[in-house]
Design a protein around this ligand. Structure first.
Ligand SMILES: [Ca+2]
Length: 338
């Protein structure tokens, strides 16, 4: 859920995910559920681009070739080592040496039309070995209903390039809820603003599709603006009742998404481009540092596309741990390619 624009992507991803869930054919077709809706959203996005993305970098030429194939490593022997984690074995606010906040309603473009306001006080806390992010309805100073939640991220505290990520979490439930565990680039100077520098959605869940876990990749060539983002979805029973482990393995030539160790989706740019020599940063901007983000949104372009139900509030996402592993083998390859 990248809020930075993720929102948008969601609409398409949703439809796409539904299609994905119902089909055994893994062909990645654009979501053409509703041409009219697609057009409307595209227009809306186009109109808002000057405001939304003016803090991003310049567009680079499309033929900015990157190495996304031919890395020589033994996948069965990567020797991953834990390099960063939060076990949430303390009490109080999330560890400020590891986490920071996005605050507000997404002014400037990352809000996706969502209803909640993100705070840095009261909507995220650590207790009993777990992080809790709470989405709730409360009253503002004028007595008007408002929704608050939290969106925490490691940006500037822990930025990663390649590795294996494991997040054990229990998700909120109810129409309109839209929790996400995802990653955005820590700098867009090189490849440009969304979607040029990419987005990695490790786990997204929308309340009106209970127990369907979505993983998605956005980049310049394939993204939610036209529903061409690449991803898949998987039915996982009890995501709001039990903890499940959402995993992401980021290799120099592919991205692998898992739930409880089972693969949901693998993004391999060669599959789409045909010839690995033709891979550009438009299909593979995933050779720069990204950071982790966790949040619960309410409503918005995807979460709210079937309405919202305040009766379900408050809702929480609980996270038992976040663990990041890296491989010396991959790090050495990556260093060579820099
Ligand atoms: Ca824990």
């Amino acid at each position: 859920m990248k809020r930075k624009l993720t929102a948008i992507c969601m609409i398409f991803a949703t439809a796409f995910a539904v299609v994905a869930c119902q089909s055994s054919d893994k062909s990645q077709t654009n979501n053409t559920k509703d041409k009219t809706e697609t057009q409307t959203v595209k227009e809306r996005i186009a109109n808002s681009i000057p405001d939304r993305y003016d803090d991003y970098g310049e567009t680079k030429p499309a033929d900015y070739y990157v190495k996304a194939d031919g890395f020589d490593y033994d996948y069965s022997n990567l020797n991953y080592k834990l390099v960063w984690s939060d076990e949430f074995d303390y009490e109080g606010l999330p560890d400020e040496s590891k986490w920071t906040y996005d605050i507000g309603k997404g002014q400037g473009g990352w809000g996706n039309g969502e209803l909640q306001k993100y705070t840095d006080k009261g909507n995220a806390w650590v207790k009993d070995g777990k992080l809790t992010i709470e989405l709730r309805k409360e009253q503002d100073e004028f007595g008007k209903d408002m929704y608050t939640s939290a969106r925490i991220k490691t940006k500037g505290k822990a930025d990663f390039r390649y590795g294996k990520f494991e997040i054990k979490a229990k998700l909120p439930k109810g129409k309109g809820t839209w929790p996400a565990i995802w990653m955005l680039p820590s700098s867009t100077t090189e490849y440009g603003g969304w979607p040029m520098s990419g987005e990695i959605d490790i786990m997204e869940h929308v309340g009106y599709l209970q127990n369907i876990i979505h993983s998605n990749v956005h980049c310049q060539k394939y993204n939610g603006l036209d529903g061409s983002n690449k991803g898949w979805a998987k039915k996982v029973e009890g995501v709001s009742e039990e903890f499940h482990t959402y995993g992401f393995e980021w290799l120099p030539d592919k991205l692998i998404f898992t739930v409880d160790g089972e693969t949901i989706f693998t993004y391999d740019p060669d599959e789409y481009v045909g010839n690995s020599k033709n891979v550009t940063k438009d299909e593979w901007p995933f050779d720069k540092e990204f950071h982790l983000i966790m949040n619960i949104a309410y409503g918005g372009s995807w979460g709210g596309s079937s309405g919202t139900d305040d009766e379900c509030l408050p809702q929480q996402m609980q996270v038992d741990y976040v663990r990041v592993y890296q491989s010396d083998v991959i790090s050495a390859l990556a260093e060579k390619e820099k």
